[in-house]
Ligand binder design. Structure first.
Ligand SMILES: [Zn+2]
Length: 268
């Protein structure tokens, strides 16, 4: 049983996705994401300048593939604009949220605190994040998972990492972080929740360790699943139990039943 678990664990961390993740066509050169973030932006990125050339090339390819996959999806819109209609949250004055959803988010947080009573502190750790911050975060997050790719799918020859390595890293990054220009934090409509109780490990917005698993089985996640929809919030299409999106229209439909992939079957 343990062996089977380990095998499955391996498949989860490095999905057996072949070169199929690499688009066979290029997006139009005038697509706004190609204009804002051309190939040269990624191949010359200063943030990766200390890495070996092969690793730099891998991270640039992953970013270019992710940019192109997004650009080729007609349902997605790239934006490098900063919304002006964000306001500070009353329950977390250092965080901002889109003006039409801020009161609902504050009401949700206050209701969750009532439910939790004195069992710990619950608050929004991340609301609106600007395009500039997203742009800075993506390369840093991508670099965090290099070690895993180096270990599982090292460069086979002088040509560098394989397409499988590109696709494995893209699949992982793509399910955890929005590419710059596509995050709903950037629109001001996403909130990351945070829970802390005494000396127990906090529930934060880190995809590493057992944080996701602990979120899934926590009382507060069950409460959010049952109640967030009545405040207009739904679980985002990414595997982050702490990440919720203000979408009052979708909250009235079956979209509101969605749970983070890792939490499926683990909550009431
Ligand atoms: Zn988030």
């Amino acid at each position: 049983m343990r062996a089977l678990f380990l095998i499955l664990g391996c498949l989860v961390t490095t999905p057996a996705i072949g070169a199929s993740c690499i688009p066979s066509e290029r997006p139009p050169a005038n697509h706004p994401s190609l204009a804002a973030l051309p190939d040269s932006y990624w191949t010359g990125l200063q943030a990766w300048s200390d890495l070996p050339p092969g690793d730099r090339a891998l991270l640039a390819r992953v970013s270019i593939v992710q940019r192109d996959v997004r650009a080729l999806n007609p349902h997605l819109t790239f934006s490098d604009e900063v919304p002006r209609n964000v306001v500070p949250l009353r329950t977390a004055p250092d965080q901002e949220f889109v003006a039409d959803g801020a009161a609902s988010l504050d009401a949700l947080v206050l209701a969750a605190r009532l439910y939790l009573r004195d069992r710990g502190s619950f608050y929004v750790s991340n609301g609106f994040r600007s395009y500039a911050v997203q742009l800075e975060t993506w390369p840093r997050n991508l670099e965090k998972y290099l070690a895993r790719i180096r270990a599982d799918l090292p460069p086979a020859n002088a040509k560098g990492y394989s397409d499988d390595a590109v696709c494995a890293l893209r699949a992982y990054a793509g399910s955890h972080y929005a590419f710059p220009g596509y995050s709903n934090h950037q629109s001001g409509r996403a909130a990351d929740f945070h829970f802390r109780a005494g000396d127990a490990p906090e529930l934060n917005s880190d995809s590493g360790g057992d944080n996701i698993a602990r979120w899934c089985k926590s009382d507060i996640y069950g409460w959010l699943h049952r109640n967030a929809r009545s405040y207009g919030f739904i679980q985002a299409k990414i595997d982050e139990p702490w990440h919720w999106v203000y979408d009052p229209g979708a909250a009235k439909t079956s979209e509101a039943d969605r749970v983070a992939t890792s939490c499926q079957g683990k909550i009431d």
